[in-house]
Design a protein around this ligand. Structure first.
Ligand code: ATP
Ligand code: MG
Length: 569
C-alpha cells in the first residue's frame, strides 16, 4: 500500500484531550478519530490492528469449538424487564424509542438475547452443551468515558455464552475459555494476570478477569509472590487472629472532642491509633437508611456494598439528612441511639473489637468504651472493608502488593441467573424440565488495541508486537524525487508482497526527517530504508524495537527481511 494514497493522518504534537500514552499515540499515529465523547472511528491503520486482534480471537474461539453468530444491536426494552437487569444497568443502558413510541435499548451485552435463542432452540439435554460467540459493537453510557477506546461508550466486544445441563459441563467450558483467553493475550505478547473478580451487574457465582499489566490501568490488582491474584474490589481482608478478648470496659464514656472531625484528627486528639476508632458511614439504600461500620483505618469497598444491595440505588446521606436522622452533625455519626429502622451493618473486622471509640451523634463528642451488643446492636456482619497493599495473602499469608491493570477479558459462571428469570430450560435425561446452567465470556477487542500500546511504546511512538502490526514492513525511499530510489522501493514492495508480507511504501514527497519520525511513530517492526547507501549497492534494515540497523547488499535484502520476518512469527 502506498502511503501517498492512504488516510494515515499522523500528528506532530500531543493532542490536549489525551492523558495516557495509548490514547495519545492512537490519535498521533492516525489510528482513531474522535466523533464525540467516548465515540471513535477506526481509521485504516487502526482498523488493520483491530482486525488482527479479531482474527486471533476468532481463531482461539473456534479452537474451543465455540460457534460464531451475529445478534442484533437493537433490543426491545422488555427483555431487560424480563431479566430484571433494567434496574442493575441503570443509566448505563442506552435507550431510544421507535416512531410508535416503543422503547428499545442498544445492546450493552447479550445475555437476554442469547437466552431467548436458547429457550426456543435448545430443548433437550441432547442439544447441550453449546457455546456461541460474536464480535459486535456494544453500547454503554459510561459515567466517565475516558482514555480513548479503553473506556468508550461505543466499543467492540467479543462475547460468548455457553449453555449446559450441569455444573461439571460448565466447568469444562469455563476452563477452556480461560485457556483460550490466555493464548489470545500471549499471542499479543503481553504481560498479564488472571485475577479472581467480582461478578458486578452481569451477576453469577464465579468470575475471573484477564488483566494486562499497565501503570495507567484503571483496575487495581492485589498479588502475592505465591501466584495468587485478586481484583482489589473482590479482595477480602483476612482476619489474622480471632478476637478472644472479653471487654473489660466499664460504662460507655462520653468524651469531648472539639473541632476534630476526621478519623485522623480524632485519633491524634485522643492519643490512640486510627484502627482503634470505628467509622460510621450513613447511606440511603432505596428508601431506607443504613449505617456501615468499618475500622477507622479502612475505607468501605463500594463495589461490595453495591453488590450487597443489588439492584437498589445507594448514595451517601447529605449533611442535612444526617442531622435529621441522627440529631448530630456530619463527622460525629455513630451507631448508638440511631432510629429503630436504621440497619447497622458491620465489617467482619469489627467482630474483633471488644470496645470501640465511636461518634456520639452530637457535635464535638465521641464515645469511648462502647460495646456492641450492650450499647448498640449490630444487625449483620459482612465483608465490606477495602483491602490494601500489605494485607495478608489468603493462600500463603505473605504480604500482598498492588499493581495496576487494564481488564481486557472477563469470564463468568452465571449459573441459572438468566435462565431462571427468563424461564429458559431443557428436558433432562430424567424427563424433568430444568433451567440451563450458563457461562458468559467477554473480551474487549477495541480496548485490547489500546492495552497493547500501553505495554509497547517508547518516546518515538508505538512498537507493535509482530502479530498485530498494521504492516509487516515499511519501505522508505529517502528521496521521492530520486527515480532510482523509487524504482528500487517499488521493486521490493512487489517482491515482498508476493512473498506474503504486508508492505507500506512511504512514497510521500516529504523530508526524510518527517518520514523517519512518522515510521517510528506508527511502530511497524521493520523498516527498509533506501537512501544514500544505494550508491554503494546497499540498503538499511531498521528494527523498530531495538533501533538496530543492518546494512545489507541489495541482492541479499529480500532474504534477510524474510528471515527477520519469519524468525519471530
Ligand atoms: P469495566 O469494569 O472496565 O467497566 P466491565 O466489567 O463492565 O468492565 P464486562 O461487562 O465484563 O466489563 O465486559 C467485557 C469486556 O468488555 C471487558 O473485560 C472490557 O475489556 C470490555 N469493556 C467493558 N466496558 C468497556 C468500555 N466502556 N469500553 C471499552 N471496552 C469495554
Ligand atoms: Mg463497566
Amino acid at each position: 500500500m502506498r502511503w501517498s494514497e492512504s488516510c494515515i493522518p499522523t500528528l506532530k504534537e500531543n493532542p490536549r484531550e489525551a492523558e495516557i500514552p495509548s490514547h495519545i499515540l492512537m490519535l498521533r499515529a492516525g489510528l482513531i478519530k474522535k466523533l464525540t465523547s467516548g465515540v471513535y472511528s477506526f481509521l485504516p491503520l487502526g482498523l488493520r490492528v483491530l482486525r488482527k486482534v479479531e482474527k486471533i480471537i476468532r481463531e482461539e474461539m473456534n479452537k474451543t469449538g465455540a460457534q460464531e453468530v451475529l445478534m442484533p444491536i437493537l433490543h426491545p426494552i422488555d427483555i431487560y424487564k424480563e431479566s430484571g437487569r433494567i434496574a442493575t444497568f441503570g443509566p448505563e443502558l442506552f435507550k431510544l424509542s421507535d416512531s410508535n413510541e416503543r422503547l428499545f435499548a442498544l445492546g450493552p451485552t447479550h445475555e437476554e438475547v442469547i437466552t431467548m435463542i436458547a429457550r426456543d432452540d435448545m430443548r433437550s439435554y441432547r442439544d447441550l452443551p453449546q457455546c456461541l460467540y460474536q464480535v459486535l459493537t456494544k453500547f454503554r453510557d459510561e459515567i466517565r468515558p475516558r482514555y480513548g477506546v479503553i473506556r468508550a461508550r461505543e466499543f467492540i466486544m467479543k462475547d460468548a455464552y455457553s449453555f449446559h445441563a450441569n455444573e461439571e459441563s460448565l466447568d469444562v467450558t469455563y476452563r477452556k475459555m480461560g485457556d483460550a483467553y490466555r493464548r489470545i493475550i500471549e499471542r499479543c505478547e503481553l504481560d498479564y494476570r488472571v485475577v479472581e473478580a467480582e461478578s458486578g451487574y452481569i451477576g453469577g457465582n464465579e468470575s475471573h478477569e484477564f488483566m494486562v499489566l499497565a501503570d495507567n490501568g484503571e483496575d487495581k490488582i492485589l498479588s502475592c509472590e505465591c501466584g495468587y491474584s485478586v481484583n482489589l474490589e473482590k479482595a477480602v481482608v483476612e482476619i489474622i487472629e480471632k478476637n478472644t478478648k472479653k471487654p473489660d470496659a466499664g460504662e460507655i464514656i462520653e468524651v469531648n472532642t472539639p473541632d476534630v472531625t476526621t478519623v485522623e484528627e480524632v485519633a491524634k486528639f485522643l492519643g490512640v491509633d486510627r484502627k482503634e476508632i470505628v467509622k460510621t458511614l450513613l447511606y440511603r439504600v432505596g428508601k431506607r437508611d443504613i449505617a456501615v461500620l468499618v475500622p477507622g483505618d479502612r475505607e468501605v469497598n463500594e463495589t461490595k456494598l453495591v453488590n450487597l444491595y443489588e439492584g437498589e440505588e445507594i448514595r451517601f446521606l447529605e449533611a442535612d439528612e444526617i442531622k435529621e436522622l441522627t440529631g448530630g452533625p456530619q463527622g460525629f455519626s455513630g451507631p448508638v441511639g440511631l432510629p429503630g429502622g436504621v440497619k447497622i451493618i458491620a465489617d467482619n473486622l469489627i467482630g474483633n473489637f471488644s470496645e470501640m471509640i465511636i461518634g456520639a451523634n452530637k457535635a464535638d463528642t465521641h464515645f469511648k468504651s462502647a460495646v456492641a451488643g450492650r450499647d448498640f446492636e449490630i444487625d449483620s456482619f459482612e465483608n465490606l472493608a477495602l483491602a490494601r497493599e500489605g494485607d495478608k495473602c489468603p493462600q500463603c499469608g505473605k504480604s500482598l502488593f498492588v499493581t495496576n491493570g487494564i481488564e481486557v477479558g472477563h469470564i463468568f459462571k452465571l449459573g441459572t441467573k438468566y435462565s431462571k428469570s427468563m424461564n429458559a430450560g431443557f428436558l433432562d435425561t430424567d424427563g424433568k424440565s430444568k433451567h440451563f446452567i450458563m457461562g458468559c465470556y467477554g473480551f474487549g477487542v477495541s480496548r485490547m488495541v489500546a492495552a497493547v500500546i500501553e505495554q509497547n511504546y517508547d518516546k518515538s511512538g508505538i512498537i507493535w508486537p509482530r502479530e498485530l502490526s498494521p504492516f509487516d514492513i515499511i519501505i522508505l525511499p529517502v528521496n521521492s524525487q530520486d527515480s532510482e530510489m523509487i524504482k528500487i522501493a517499488e521493486r521490493f514492495t512487489k517482491e515482498l508482497e508476493e512473498k506474503g508480507m504486508e508492505v507500506l511504501l512511504d512514497d510521500r514527497d516529504l523530508s526524510p526527517g518527517v518520514k523517519f519520525k512518522d515510521s517510528e511513530l506508527i511502530g511497524i517492526p521493520l523498516r527498509l530504508t533506501i537512501g544514500k547507501k544505494l550508491k554503494e549497492g546497499k540498503v538499511e534494515l531498521f528494527h523498530r524495537s531495538t533501533f538496530e540497523v543492518d546494512e545489507i547488499p541489495l541482492e541479499e535484502a529480500t532474504g534477510k527481511i524474510m528471515e527477520s520476518f519469519t524468525i519471530k512469527r
